[in-house]
Write a protein that binds this ligand. Structure first.
Ligand code: FAD
Ligand code: AMP
Length: 470
């Protein structure tokens, strides 16, 4: 008999959620995770809690408060003279939040009776996992194994990290002072969010993006508004700019890039390389067991996240798709329920995307451009936050809500928001789409006044051409 019903390899949002759900469903479960803090303490939560979602949002919130006090407080009649920044205190606050949340997962494991192993896992058989720790090796067995080993930052040879002047996202979350001139390679969510933190704290931020379009995967109107708003905040954003080299000399980084005007140079004090993430299957033993892995390193799975070996599953960043914490967590829940014999499915069409810039950008479902390409007839309701009373009271009126519904059925196909707390507002749209709502269902839903959610309501009314406030 195996030691456990299930082992999850990886304790990030995919692996730890899968482990908890398996245990809730009565399976004996273990989770193996190798993450340790710089002082060698195990720290659950993976990239998300240690160097991803949570620390970035902690710094985004701190820097947002600073930018508010500096740029907006006076309009509220609040004078803030002699404002200053204590980066060490800001980082210490971030560290406390990480500690509290990672320890919280350890507590949840205890509560749910998930056995936690700290060490590096390697598959050595269909049911056998070897764990390596500083004290030696140990083998544990399980009937089913869930691989949730996540992803790591992509490195590019043209901009080699020295972890001092040229850093990846992890380094950019740990600066101990505000760089005067900051370069960012890559205008994806991570590059824009980390650029925002340091821009708000006073860096002159230049973003270099190889693609010609800004936020290519977003709705075009939303992307254009985001670009305009970020430029207003002082970002320099060069599109169609492919970095060809970055060299450190005299405490500066000289970045060479190619754009349509030819070869250009940028000199900065620090450079963040944020060019994407790649799946983490190094030394995992998966390929040796015959598990299919594609050319980019992603583990291949079917609709139940089952690999080519029937008792081994894979979830989260390591299988590709949107590299988002909530996507991995939901896959974890789905696999656990599938193992328990339940009929659980993953709804990839209703995964929300959020970029925590200011204003925030959030969307779910199809963009107008995708519908045009697919030849689907649609109607759009668009409501500006400038016409929303609560947004006025906040003093944050830029942006809009765009709701797209199928012309024939009125079913909501996509909702795209740029504006204050878009990250929270998108939840209503996700709920509506999950339950296959029509725009009319939302138009008939009573929204409290004055709230930002009224902008979502008005956009729903707008699909039928009957907005009240615009
Ligand atoms: P991970 O979180 O990467 O966890 C994998 C775990 O497995 C790690 O602890 C790793 O050490 C461990 N592991 C790997 N190999 C082994 C092994 N052989 N043995 C034992 N353990 C192993 N997503 C969002 O949804 N919202 C956000 O706001 C957001 N912000 C982000 C900001 C930044 C700066 C970054 C870098 C990422 C952000 N992400 C965000 C992405 C998010 O962090 C990932 O999508 C998410 O963490 C993936 O979860 P996962 O469980 O698949 O992998
Ligand atoms: P994401 O994968 O969403 O995190 O975004 C990473 C971004 O980095 C993509 O938009 C890439 O186009 C961009 N990128 C990758 N390599 C380079 C490069 N050498 N120069 C500039 N941008 C790059």
């Amino acid at each position: 008999m195996a030691d456990y019903n299930v082992i999850t390899i990886g304790g990030g949002p995919a692996g730890y959620v899968a482990a908890i759900r398996c245990a809730q469903l009565g399976m004996t479960t273990a989770c193996i995770d190798k993450w340790v803090t710089p002082d060698s303490k195990p720290s659950l939560g993976g990239t998300c809690l240690n160097v991803g979602c949570i620390p970035s949002k902690a710094l985004l919130d701190s820097s947002h408060h600073y930018a508010f006090l500096q740029k907006q407080a006076a309009t509220h009649g609040i004078q803030c003279d002699n404002l200053s920044i204590d980066v060490a205190a800001m980082q210490a606050r971030k560290g406390k939040i990480i500690n509290m949340l990672t320890q919280g997962i350890a507590g949840l494991f205890k509560k749910n009776k998930v056995t936690s192993y700290s060490g590096t896992a390697r598959l050595i058989g269909e049911k056998q996992v070897e764990i390596t720790t500083p004290d030696g090796k140990k083998v544990i067995t399980a009937d089913n194994i869930i691989i949730a080993t996540g992803s790591v930052p992509v490195q590019i040879p043209v901009a080699p990290l020295d972890n001092k002047r040229i850093v990846d996202s992890t380094g950019a979350l740990a600066f101990d002072n505000v760089p005067k001139r900051l370069g960012v390679i890559g205008a994806g969510a991570i590059g824009l969010e980390l650029g925002s933190v340091w821009n708000r704290l006073g860096s002159q931020v230049t973003i270099l993006e190889a693609l010609p379009d800004f936020l290519a995967m977003a709705d075009r109107k939303i992307a254009t508004t985001a670009l305009r708003e970020m430029k207003k905040q002082g970002f320099k954003i060069h599109l169609g700019a492919k970095v060809t080299s970055a060299t450190v000399a005299n405490d500066e980084v000289t970045v060479t890039y190619q754009d349509k005007k030819g070869e250009q140079q940028l000199v900065v004090d620090k450079l963040i390389v944020a060019v994407g993430r790649k799946p983490n299957t190094e030394n995992l033993g998966a390929a040796e067991l015959g598990i299919q892995i594609d050319a980019r390193g992603f583990i291949q799975v079917d609709e139940h996240c089952q690999t080519t070996l029937p008792n081994i599953y894979a979830i989260g960043d390591v299988i590709g798709g949107p590299m988002l914490a909530h996507k991995g967590s939901e896959e974890g829940v789905m696999v656990a329920e599938h193992l328990a014999g339940e009929n659980s499915e993953m709804s990839y069409e209703t995964i929300p995307y959020v970029i925590y810039t200011w204003p925030e950008v959030a969307w779910v479902g199809k963009t107008e451009e995708q519908l045009k390409t697919a030849g689907i007839e649609y109607k759009i309701g668009q409501f500006p936050f400038s016409a929303c009373g609560r947004a006025r009271a906040h003093g944050d009126t830029s942006g809009m809500v765009r709701m797209i519904a199928e012309a024939e059925t009125d079913r909501i196909l996509g909702v795209h928001i740029i504006g204050i707390f878009a990250s929270e507002l998108i939840a209503e749209a996700v709920l509506a789409m999950t339950f296959k709502s029509t725009a009319e269902n939302l138009a008939k839903t009573i929204h409290a006044h004055p709230t930002l959610s009224e902008a979502v309501h008005e956009a729903a009314l707008g699909v039928d051409g009957r907005m009240i406030h615009a």
